[in-house]
Design a protein around this ligand. Sequence first.
Ligand code: AMP
Ligand code: MG
Length: 344
Amino acid sequence: MNTLLLNDNEEDIKKAGEILREGGLVAIPTETVYGLAANALDGGAVKRIFKAKGRPADNPLIVHIADFSDIEKYNLVSEIPEKVKILAEKFWSGPLTIIMPKGKAVPDEVSAGLDTVAIRFPSHKVAQAVIKAAGCPLAAPSANLSGSPSPTEAKHVMNDLNGRIDAVVDGGECSVGLESTVITLAEDKPKLLRPGEITVGEIEKVIGKIEVDDAVLNQLKDDKKVSSPGMKYKHYSPKATVILVDSNDEEYIDFVNKNNGKGVAALCYYGDEKNIEAECFILGEKNNYKNQAQRLFKMLRKIDEEPEIKTVYARCPSVDGVGMAVYNRLIRAAGFEVIKLEDV
Ligand code: AMP
Ligand code: MG
């Protein structure tokens, strides 16, 4: 299959809409990461997403809409809980995904057989325009090969999926850089399943206390049932081994320099590179978690461009605010391997 590279002009967006209506796969920019879209109401089209990505069939997809009214218009849910309206009022359009009881129109392929469905209204103008041009809601997971870092630029999508999908719409770099915050309102109590740019604190300000699923910050035992199937898979990993180093600035720099050698690199904060002897990739500004979020996947992909790098010692962000999302992705990229420096 020849993958078309489209622009974000009106004519190309119309073309993307046509491909999607006919059951094809189109990668689209959103404010979080690039998504691999198919008509969410067409089970056959959705199956192709799983095949193109190599995604496990038990990992459900998020349905993207271009207006709150699309939820009822397309029968996506069986009920809209009251708190959904409050969250939507505050955070939509934007990087928040809300899980609700599934409606009749949603094929099992989208929900991976669950009786719930995840819905998001992206704020990216190109994403909205493609959804409108397609005339249907779009199921769209991140547009990467399963397991690799999520794509934040069209060229990342091409690297992973060229020849496996119909088209990519190039809308430039994603502004958030990490996938959406996921919250479920389909259980007794609201629960955060995946952290993102919209933080626990911001959500609690509008709907009160929420739980944070154990899988957000911890590695789960193999036999434990997870609320969000995506949490159990190894994720976001470059080919090199990533190890988080939990320490202060000086200890981190000393540690990397002591362990420096062939194939060693550092994923560090701006400024650290002046004192580190290994090759440095800059995660972002220290304590600026939005900046780190925006850069993380791009840096993991840059590391992949240098196959001679075998070990990456990464700074360990704190779990405050958006830091929780950066930590959640990095700890998975590291396969949960953390070195606490007072232990060594
Ligand atoms: P991705 O599209 O790659 O960002 O992945 C979507 C994430 O949302 C995965 O972690 C899924 O497990 C999660 N998700 C999607 N639908 C549901 C659902 N109905 N219940 C729980 N988690 C979901
Ligand atoms: Mg993904």
